[in-house]
Every structure is written in structure tokens, then in C-alpha cells.
Write a protein that binds this ligand. Structure first.
Ligand code: CA
Ligand code: CA
Length: 349
């Protein structure tokens, strides 16, 4: 009899815990998720044709650079990168590294060299000091400067920060923006709102349009700055085989786009279930089981017409993984990553 009561109470306790956990997950979840539109099955594979070109990189600054997400090279051939310890470091042409500027945040991601000298992230750094481009920006991502001095930059999410970016992935709502800083007015305005994790930003060779990548939509948009379509937005490339991160203009007018594997093979089903997303948002360590970013690397070269021209990869992440940036300079490709302690350098000829 007593055994039966204990058994019954145990079941009640178990049931109570189960209901409490379900209520916690649904009502106190940090996200209110939408479902992700995954790339169509017909899309080209990121590994097709298979290649492991990114395993051939020379490692620059190995051990010194923690998560160098983006790279920039100035006209004198000096390479810059911002790392997760808050340093912006310079690689001089003689091969020596300089700890150039230190900032409080560890979340400075995209950078670009400034036309008048110096470097632009969410802050503009010059030898003389620092200019703030926008206040109360939670999660700035990539940035580019036009020749008229306007600075365009992406905000990946207005809801989540760099440190919980995966919540934005799980929520899958358009919290991203493209902003413009006008240096003459010292004002920042919204160019595009409602973007899905706005990430890489690049200007075309003639600066008649810019491309902004929407990571969790597996596509990049073209926004016209000049001509009869000025102010209009259209698709530049869509249905990408992985999620686009930073984008850089190449000297020939094409673009290099880094692709991250935000959805691991076999775990696609997570993004078709709101309940599963809420469970993962409550138990963040589970994200490691569905995020394939650290398992491989891929970059593509896309023509101005939106066609893929070249692709380089490290299909099992042996040397490079989570490559977030590819920049062409002087017949070499410089590769940034959130999962390496070096910048990769790959000869293109
Ligand atoms: Ca950049
Ligand atoms: Ca980025």
C-alpha cells in the first residue's frame, strides 16, 4: 500500500516537473520564434565540386589573434583586424604585428579602411582619435565607406547582442537594419529596416549600388544608390548553400562572400519547429548540436550579375572553420574567422 502511494506521488512529482518545465520554456522563453525558410534542395552544394583550397592557407599572426572576424587592407598594404580581446591589430609589410587600438567591447566585428586614413568599425579610428557613428546600437556588423564620405553599416539585430546571436537565429525574425552615417551632418539614419540578420555590406565598383547580406535568409540584397532604380531593393543572390557573412568587393568588380554553416546537416528539422527552438533557447548549450559553423569553412566569388564564379572550402574544418570574411588584395585572399587564432592567406594565382 505504502509502496503504491510513493509510486503515485513520484509520478505526480514527475508530472509536475514536466508541466513546470513546459510552462517555463513557453512563457519565459527569451525568444518568440518564427520558422526559417531553408535554402531549396536544388541549390548548389557548398562542397560541389569538392575542394579543400582553404586548407592551403598560410597562417598570419597565429596564436595572437582571437577570432579575427573581419580583415581590411589599406592602400599601403597594411592589414587590420579586430579581435575578441578588444584589440585592433595591424600587420605591417615587414611582417610585424602592432597592437594599434584597444576598445572596451569584444564585439567589434566588421571593419573597413577609411579613405582619409584610419579604420572604421562602429567607431571611426584615426591616429588622432575616435568618432562614434551611432549610439545605442546593440549589434553592429559590417561597414563600408563611400567616396562621398557616407558610411553604410549593418545592424545584425536590434533585439539580441553579439554574445547571444544564436537567439536571433532561433527567433528568425527580421531584427536587422542597414544604416547610413552622414559625416557632414554627424547623423545616422535607417536605409533598410526589417532585414534578417543584416551582415556583410559592400559597395559595387562604380558605387551605383550596395549589397547587404541577410545571413538567416541565405541571400544578399542589392540596394540601388544611383540611376533610375535609386532607392529600390532587389535580390542580388539567393538560395545560397550556407549563410552569408561578410562580403567584399574584389578588384575586378566581383564579390567575395564568406558562407557559414549555421545549420548542421541532419538538424534542419529544428528550424521547422517553434517548440524545439524554444527548448534550445532555454538550454543554450544545445545550440552546439545544431550549429555547424565550427565544422567547416566556405567562401564564394560572385560576379556582379549574381552568378557564382569560384568556391573555396575546408569541408571538414581541418585548417579553417567559421570563416566570416574573405578579402582580395594583391592576388591573395585574406580570410577572417570567429573560430581561429590567425588570419588565413591564400594565393589566388
Ligand atoms: Ca568589412
Ligand atoms: Ca559579419
Amino acid at each position: 500500500m505504502a509502496f503504491k502511494i510513493i509510486l503515485k506521488n513520484s509520478w505526480l512529482f514527475f508530472l509536475g516537473c514536466l508541466i513546470a518545465t513546459a510552462l517555463e520554456i513557453i512563457f519565459f522563453s527569451p525568444i518568440s520564434p518564427d520558422l526559417i525558410e531553408l535554402p531549396l534542395a536544388s541549390s548548389v552544394s557548398v562542397d560541389s565540386p569538392p575542394n579543400n583550397q582553404l586548407q592551403r592557407v598560410t597562417k598570419l599572426g597565429e596564436g595572437l589573434l582571437k577570432g579575427p572576424e573581419d580583415v581590411a587592407v589599406d592602400e599601403n598594404g597594411i592589414l587590420y583586424t579586430a579581435t575578441r580581446d578588444g584589440w585592433i591589430r595591424k600587420l605591417h609589410k615587414n611582417g610585424s604585428w602592432e597592437n594599434w587600438k584597444k576598445q572596451e567591447s569584444q564585439g567589434l566585428l566588421g571593419i573597413t579602411t577609411a579613405k582619409g586614413g584610419g579604420l572604421i568599425g562602429l567607431l571611426k579610428f584615426t591616429e588622432d582619435g575616435v568618432t562614434v557613428l551611432g549610439s545605442e546600437i546593440r549589434f553592429a556588423d559590417d561597414v563600408i565607406e563611400a567616396s562621398d564620405g557616407s558610411i553604410y553599416f549593418s545592424v545584425a539585430s536590434t533585439k539580441f547582442s553579439f554574445h547571444n546571436w544564436y537567439l536571433d537565429l532561433l527567433e528568425a525574425k527580421p531584427h536587422g537594419q542597414l544604416l547610413k552615417y552622414d559625416p557632414s551632418m554627424e547623423e545616422t539614419s535607417i536605409v533598410l529596416d526589417g532585414l534578417y540578420f543584416a551582415n556583410g555590406v559592400a559597395l559595387s565598383k562604380d558605387e551605383d549600388y550596395l549589397v547587404v547580406c541577410e545571413t538567416f535568409r541565405f541571400r544578399c540584397l542589392k540596394y540601388w544608390l544611383k540611376g533610375e532604380s535609386k532607392g529600390e531593393t532587389e535580390i542580388f543572390i539567393e538560395n545560397l548553400p550556407a549563410a552569408p557573412d561578410n562580403i567584399n568587393l574584389a578588384p575586378d568588380g566581383s564579390f567575395w562572400i564568406a558562407l557559414i554553416q549555421v545549420i548542421y546537416e541532419g538538424t534542419e528539422f529544428v528550424h521547422t519547429s517553434k517548440v524545439l527552438k524554444q527548448i534550445i533557447a532555454n538550454f543554450p548549450k544545445l545550440i552546439n548540436y545544431i550549429n555547424g559553423a565550427t565544422k567547416r569553412a566556405a567562401v564564394i566569388n560572385v560576379g556582379a550579375n549574381g552568378n557564382i564564379l569560384k568556391r573555396f572550402g575546408d569541408p571538414n574544418g581541418t585548417v579553417m572553420s567559421f570563416v566570416t570574411s574573405a578579402l582580395e588584395f594583391d592576388d591573395h585572399l585574406y580570410l577572417g574567422s570567429l573560430n581561429t587564432d590567425f588570419v588565413g592567406k591564400l594565393p589566388l594565382k
